[in-house]
Structure formats: C-alpha cells, structure tokens
Design a protein around this ligand. Structure first.
Ligand code: ZN
Length: 225
C-alpha cells in the first residue's frame, strides 16, 4: 500500500489499479457520468485517515482537490510518473500534434486551509455570498446535468446570497464583473493539484490548454492520444 497526504491533510492508502479498473475506465457510459472514476477511487483506496474500510460515501465526501490528487497519485503508483501526450493544435488550419512529457512528480499541490465556508462581498452589488468547496457529491450532481455551464458550476458551491439560498435567477442577474470576482475568490481559496497543461503548438504557436485528466494517455499510456 502507498500512503500519501491529501491536500486536506487526510492520509490515504492506495493500491495500484488492475484489470478491473481498466475495464471501468474504458466503459464510456460510466466514464461520462463520473461513476467509473468514483468506483476506481473506491476500489484502490484501502485507507482514509483512521478508516480502514472506506465506502462510496467516504470517497464522495472527499473534496474535489483531494479526489484529483488521489487520482494523480494512483496513476503514478500504477503506471509511473511520466505522462506522454501528443496535443492536437486547436487551430483548424494547422492540426499539427505537439508532443510533451509531463512528470507527475513535479506538479504542485496546494493544501486546503482549515475553513470550509467563506464569505465574500461582491465588489459591484455589495451582496454577501457564502460559499464552500466542491466535493464528490457535488461533482456527481454536476455530471448529471444535461448542460453543465459556468452558472451551474458556481451555483453548486454557493451556500447563500444575502442570507438566501442561491437561485439560477440571482446568478443570471449577477453582473459579469461580480461573477468574475467571485470565481477568482473561489479559485484563490481552493486546494488541490494543478493539472492544467498550457503549451504552444510546435508548428504555429497557437496556445493549447487542457487538463491532464481529460487526456486519454493520462490513464492509458499505450493509447496514442
Ligand atoms: Zn498549430
């Protein structure tokens, strides 16, 4: 068993992935709604803090940054540190692939602080927003949405606006300036691991941005992306 400390400070004991997990990860339906990742995390987590028999609820209770951190470490203990990607250029006139190698041991983790709820005053309207962190339960609700969008992703973290539960209407009416300030604040207090990949196309220089976990080669090094 491999032991790591999650960004929230909880210790996790992981065992490497086997064929059972490979089957889960190649199931398109289960990948799409996030069930595959939840099941893989559950199968491979043998200890969470003092808990030696973690259940699905415990895996979903984890904050999203802890979950992604665990997934990155699980990839490392199962398949090694190096992820080789060939990123397609988003510029349709180019279409070249840029090869890059990411060493998972090098990417930075940010610990979560003690607090779980935050208050932020919107700079434009002066309204007070109370918000929390994303966790596995909320990720599951987001994955079930037909049209996930920025409003849904923000709303799911908001506890109250001026003491009232958040509504879609309140989020839609919020100015872009206030929404942008709130998003920045949410990012500022967040913990986790930075899996963003940001490179320039070798051929034309167009910026290519993606997330490691969105690339097939992250979990399947044998599959050319
Ligand atoms: Zn290009």
């Amino acid at each position: 068993m491999h032991t790591f400390t999650l960004p929230s400070g909880i210790e996790i004991g992981l065992v490497e992935m086997t064929g059972a997990e490979e089957d889960l990860l190649t199931n398109r339906r289960l990948m799409k709604n996030g069930e595959a990742i939840n099941q893989v995390l559950l199968n491979c987590t043998k200890r969470l803090g003092e808990n030696a028999e973690p259940k699905m609820k415990d895996v979903l209770d984890l904050l999203s940054g802890d979950r992604l951190f665990a997934l990155v470490r699980l990839r490392q203990v199962s398949l090694g540190d190096e992820v080789e990607l060939e990123l397609a250029c988003p510029n349709t006139g180019c279409g070249e692939r840029t090869p890059i190698t990411v060493n998972l041991g090098d990417i930075e983790a940010t610990p979560y602080g003690e607090e779980r709820e935050f208050e932020f005053t919107l700079p434009g309207s002066g309204r007070k927003v109370k918000f929390g962190y994303l966790d596995g339960h909320k990720e599951k609700r987001l994955a079930a949405l037909k049209e996930p969008n920025l409003t849904a992703a923000m709303m799911i973290r908001i506890v109250e606006i001026d003491g009232q539960p958040p509504s879609k209407k309140a989020l839609n009416e919020m100015t872009m300036g206030d929404r942008s300030a709130l998003r920045k604040e949410m990012l500022r207090v967040d913990g986790g691991i930075d899996t963003q990949v940001d490179v320039s196309c070798d051929a034309c220089g167009t910026r290519i941005r993606t997330r490691l976990e969105a690339e097939p080669a992250f979990l399947f090094p044998s599959v050319a992306s």
